[in-house]
Design a binder for this molecule. Structure first.
Ligand code: SF4
Length: 373
């Protein structure tokens, strides 16, 4: 259940899944929905990859995935894992050796499909390496790379084929008494993804990694992911998410968090409520919000801020936010604290002033939380 249980129309009942560990991050059960991204640097360029992992972690990523296409990347992975502030998932395709090397290099999880890495002996070797190194596995079914026998059976990628593929990979792990796995059934088509995820959610209790694959650029990919992931999360499906964008991994993390924040499933940083602005605005809302988004990026404590152009909606929104500003006349507006009108502030100084007020409120919330722990 979400934290919004005092308002039942906001409740989301999460599907009950098993909990596994990806390094020190729990995934599944009642663990917070983990946000992931993936690096796009050359894995062999350790400095660039570590910098990208750190930037993603700073933006809130709980887990970061790194491609391991060759032996040199396996070697680099070891250093990346050592430097990373978050668990690293090694992305492996077909090469069972890379899977073993990645587990030995300290990967917290292998993204590998056990049905695609060769004979039983190889599968057993990879599973043994994962077990020996406390490494979980993500089965990653993708509509674009379904097994030939399933395409022949079903004629085209469809939800049933994706679920069957997932269950075949799951069976291999279970037959080897390996249960630390999660699963994804991704497609670039929102309908296909959503139907496949609903099918797999019913067929297994494994934790689910959600994603709409190859979703597109920043704007179109964000919308596609918000619709696809948003609907599934709303149904209670999904234990970890990755938003795939043709954009900086930091953007993927920000979008992932915004989707979870919109549904009240996770909270991080300042949630800015702002109006679109119109001729009634008492100050430049758009420019102010842009500046504040940038100036408040360092705040990690969940809190809310309303920036509203005029009194039509300003006082009402301010009632429900920690800090608020509503445009007035004659070059100044009203500052609200904890929902109450507090003092006037001139438009010229309001950005600095709001940053100060938000920082003060964040420090207050942090110390209350520390005292409660
Ligand atoms: S709150 Fe005021 S300024 Fe903002 S869009 Fe509404 S009427 Fe316009």
């Amino acid at each position: 259940m979400s934290l919004n249980h005092v308002r039942p129309w906001r409740d989301i009942y999460r599907r009950k899944s098993r909990r596994i560990m990806v390094g020190n991050v729990p995934v599944g059960g009642d663990a917070p929905i983990a946000v992931q991204t993936m690096t796009n640097t050359l894995t062999t360029d350790v400095a660039a990859t570590v910098a990208q992992v750190q930037a993603a972690a700073e933006a809130g990523a709980d887990i970061v995935r790194v491609s391991v296409p060759d032996e040199a990347s396996s070697k680099a992975l070891k250093e990346i894992v050592r430097e990373s502030p978050v668990p690293i998932v090694a992305d492996i395709h077909f090469h069972y050796r890379r899977g073993i090397e990645a587990a030995e290099a300290g990967a917290a999880c292998l993204r590998i499909n056990p049905g695609n890495i060769g004979d039983e002996k190889r599968v057993k070797e990879v599973i043994k390496a994962a077990r020996d190194h406390n490494c979980s596995i993500r089965i990653g079914v993708n509509a674009g790379s379904l097994e030939k026998h399933l395409l022949e059976k079903y004629g085209e990628p469809c939800p049933e084929a994706m679920v069957e593929s997932g269950l075949e990979h799951i069976r291999i792990l279970q037959d080897n008494d390996f249960h630390e796995f999660k699963i994804s059934v991704k497609a670039s088509d929102v309908f296909l993804s959503a139907a496949a995820y609903q099918g797999i959610a019913e067929a297994t209790d494994a934790p689910i990694h959600l994603g709409i694959t190859e979703a597109g650029g920043l704007v179109s990919g964000t919308i596609k992911s918000a619709i696809g992931l948003g609907n599934l999360l709303w149904m209670g499906i999904g234990d970890t998410i990755r938003v795939s964008l043709s954009a900086d991994p930091v953007e993927e993390v920000k979008v992932g968090f915004e989707i979870l924040k919109s549904l009240g499933l996770r909270h991080r940083g300042v949630n800015i409520i702002s109006c679109p602005s119109c001729a009634r605005q008492g100050f430049d809302v758009i420019r102010t919000v842009e500046a504040l988004e940038h100036r408040l990026e360092h705040i990690k404590t969940p809190m809310s801020l309303s920036i509203i152009g005029c009194v039509v909606n300003g006082p009402g929104e301010a009632l429900m936010t920690d800090v608020g500003f509503t445009g007035g006349g004659a070059g100044s507006g009203m500052v609200y604290l904890a929902g109450k009108a507090s003092h006037k502030m001139s438009n010229d100084q309001m950005i600095d002033h709001i940053v100060e007020q938000v920082e003060k409120k964040a420090a207050e919330l942090e110390s209350t939380q520390e005292a409660a722990e």
